[in-house]
Ligand binder design. Structure first.
Ligand SMILES: [Zn+2]
Length: 303
């Protein structure tokens, strides 16, 4: 039976989209195309604000004169992946308490919007969400996707918990879990006029894991939760912080999953066999494959 796959390509437009498109083609589509049909959704912005760590003069950004031109570039670039490409250009932002500015939470908000905007979202068996500036280091075999939720993590990072990885790189969901992600974000934040706002009942909870591993320290999350609760309710606090807001979603999502008899795939926390690279942290190895800037050889040549 042929299954339908939706690939969400997410993020403000960067120069790395051509590498990203090729990587998705070579590592996901080519090796799975006999069993699966792939549709693509691109969710991006035209006028965007960058996080305080970055600025618009950096040469990572894809600069464009106008929105139509951006749409054309994206269409040309990603047309190698599918005949069915849906390009959504909308600026989204958040206002969820003064101290917090870290923009990587928008990765989750864009997935929420895709759920809103794609009318036939329930027809897809598997949804893959990835940033538009990453490269896969190995093939993803969709026949091995047995669990409900996979997190493919990056090469650097990240959060103290969850295996010190970042969680805005790539997720692979079964469709019912994508719906849970949507419900989870809807529970935490209110979306109105292109902006996400704090809901009154928002709290911070400790994640639930199937297995307890040394790096999954309950104490760490409990303390983070206490700090978060104080900061976000303090209206006089003007200090900017880069607390990883994505952790809030991941924490709630693990709880949502447990309530629904599903679990986060802990396999990816322990064995990082499917690594991802960010293009701006990479260089070509002698063999032609991408390697980390800081490493002599790529993962394969190093074996
Ligand atoms: Zn190599």
């Amino acid at each position: 039976m042929i299954s339908k796959i939706l690939i969400n390509i997410i993020g403000e437009p960067r120069k790395y989209i051509w590498g990203n498109a090729n990587s998705i083609l070579n590592h996901i589509i080519k090796n799975n195309e006999s069993n699966y049909i792939f549709d693509i959704v691109i969710h991006t912005s035209y006028n965007y604000e960058v996080s305080q760590k970055r600025n618009l003069n950096e040469n990572i950004w894809l600069n464009c004169d106008n929105e139509n031109k951006l749409r054309e570039i994206l269409k040309d670039c990603y047309s190698i992946l599918s005949n069915n490409i849906n390009i959504i250009i909308e600026n989204i932002d958040f206002d969820i308490g003064k101290p917090y500015w870290s923009k990587n939470i928008i990765y989750f908000f864009r997935q929420f919007r895709i759920y809103n905007l794609i009318p036939n979202i329930n027809e897809y068996d598997i949804i893959i969400s990835c940033r538009n500036d990453i490269a896969f280091s190995q093939n993803i075999d969709l026949n091995t996707i047995n669990n409900n939720l996979y997190s493919l993590t990056g090469s650097s990072g990240g959060y103290k918990g969850y295996g010190n990885q970042d969680y805005d790189y790539c997720f692979i969901y079964k469709k019912e879990i994508y719906k849970l992600l949507y419900k989870c974000i809807d529970y935490l934040w209110l979306y109105k006029d292109n902006k996400f706002y704090l809901r009154k009942q928002q709290c911070y909870i400790t994640p639930i894991f199937e297995k307890r591993e040394p790096y999954l320290e309950k104490e760490y999350y409990d303390n983070l939760g206490k700090k978060y609760a104080i900061d976000i309710l303090d209206k006089n606090n003007n200090m900017k912080k880069s607390l990883h807001l994505c952790e809030i979603i991941i924490n709630h999502l693990t709880n949502f999953l447990v309530e629904n008899d599903c679990n986060f795939d802990t396999y990816t926390f322990q064995k990082f066999t499917r690594r991802l690279y960010r293009y701006y942290e990479t260089k070509q190895c002698d063999c032609g494959k991408l390697k980390m800037l800081t490493k002599e050889k790529c993962d394969l040549c190093n074996i």
